[in-house]
Design a binder for this molecule. Structure first.
Ligand SMILES: [Zn+2]
Length: 385
């Protein structure tokens, strides 16, 4: 018995150095406010190695740019003290920075990951919610949020979405050799059909290398509010302090006044729903429109309402909603116009319009080809399902 035990001890003692020498691989994630030196220290890496490794790494990566949840892979050996053999920092979705110990020093180099672009096509209808049903159809969460923002230019999510509304989505995933998705690429195509609108969007890179979304007709999707809701008007009073024209006291004017001849048409500055069409105190005959993304616009002192304009009616950007008048507290024919963002009256002149431009002839030709390719790709992918 004692003999057997002795044998075991001999075998163990022979194995022990080999066990100690075994390499260990570990994936670390940068904690909030964390830095690489502290992370390596916590892993038991000796101070001099930390200095050497961070110095080598700095040749290819600014360690000030390290961010929470960034992935860092380390390989260590016990030889006889801990030796950091390799460190791999995920610098971008398609690039790692590698630091390797070559036996006497650390060297570092960037390594491009070989990624495949795989199209993801999803199709379905809304049964419970936009998010849930898109998710169930296989659309990534981050993409759903992006779709929500882009569709918001045309779709009123509070009111327009009904059970049975149809959607289609196509985008690309970047996939590593081991099959993991490292990044969801931009949307190539998205479609949402409701009772109120049929929105089809195509991602397209312009000649000036800008990626944006365009309708089937090649029109930019991004629409904000019209700067001037009355044609041929002049601004007669701006947003800010002024002497009240009726009572003479100083007050803050929370809108823009556009002077124009009596009965000049007033246009809806954005698509939306009529929230109010009626007499409203000092504003006289007044219309309030509710738009997407928290915007409302108010039109005061009107002489008459546009055809069919009443509470609950949906209007399109540029549609005639009323005619210039001088009803309510007013000294002459003009439109008092307000922009309200999340229930706060803001300076209408401050509403930023993203650069919205039409595609050039050359871009339009490319867009038409691209659109046909995408439509075909989507059909083929859905046939495979
Ligand atoms: Zn005014």
């Amino acid at each position: 018995m004692r003999h057997v035990l002795a044998k075991c001890i001999i075998i163990l003692s022979l194995l022990l150095p080999a066990l100690l020498l075994s390499a260990e691989e570990k994936e670390l994630k940068v904690p909030k406010g964390g830095n690489l030196s502290t992370m390596l220290k916590n892993e038991g890496i000796p101070g001099q190695q930390i200095l050497d490794v961070t110095k080598a790494l700095s040749a290819h990566y600014n360690l000030k740019h390290i961010y929470p949840n960034q992935k860092i892979l380390i390989k260590t050996e016990d030889d006889p003290e801990v030796r950091l053999m390799e460190l791999r920092l995920s610098a971008d979705f398609d690039k790692d920075i590698v630091v390797k110990y070559n036996g006497y020093a650390y060297e570092s180099y960037p390594e491009m990951l070989s990624l495949r672009m795989v199209p993801v096509a999803a199709e379905g209808s809304i049964e419970s919610s936009f998010y849930n049903d898109m998710s169930a159809a296989g659309v990534a969460g981050a993409k759903i949020m992006e779709l929500f923002r882009i569709f918001s230019f045309d779709v009123d999510f509070q009111r327009d979405i009904r059970k049975g509304d149809k959607f289609k989505v196509l985008y690309y995933d970047f996939i590593k050799d081991d099959g993991t998705v490292v990044k969801h690429g931009p949307l190539a195509f998205a479609s949402l059909k409701t009772n109120f609108s049929d929105v089809n969007l195509y991602g397209f890179v312009t000649d000036s290398n800008e990626y944006d979304y365009y309708s089937s007709e090649g029109k930019s999707v991004r629409k904000t509010l019209l700067k001037t809701p009355v044609a041929n008007a002049r601004i007669s009073s701006t947003y800010g302090m002024r002497t009240n024209p009726v009572y003479g006291y100083e007050s803050f004017h929370k809108g823009l006044d556009f002077a124009a001849p009596l009965n000049s048409p007033i246009l809806a500055s954005g698509s939306g729903t009529v929230e109010l069409a009626g007499w409203f105190d000092i504003y006289g005959n007044c219309i309030i429109l509710r738009h997407n993304n928290g915007y409302k616009t108010l039109y005061g002192h009107m002489n008459a309402y546009g055809k069919g304009i009443k509470k609950g009616v949906r209007v399109k950007q540029g549609q005639v909603i009323g005619y210039i008048g001088s009803t309510g507290m007013s000294t002459g024919p003009h439109l008092h116009y307000e922009v309200i963002l999340n229930d706060v009256k803001i300076n209408p002149a401050s509403v930023k319009s993203p650069p919205e431009r039409n595609l050039t002839k050359n871009e339009m030709e490319r867009f038409t080809k691209r659109k046909a390719q995408i439509d075909e790709l989507f059909e083929n992918l859905k046939k495979k399902d």
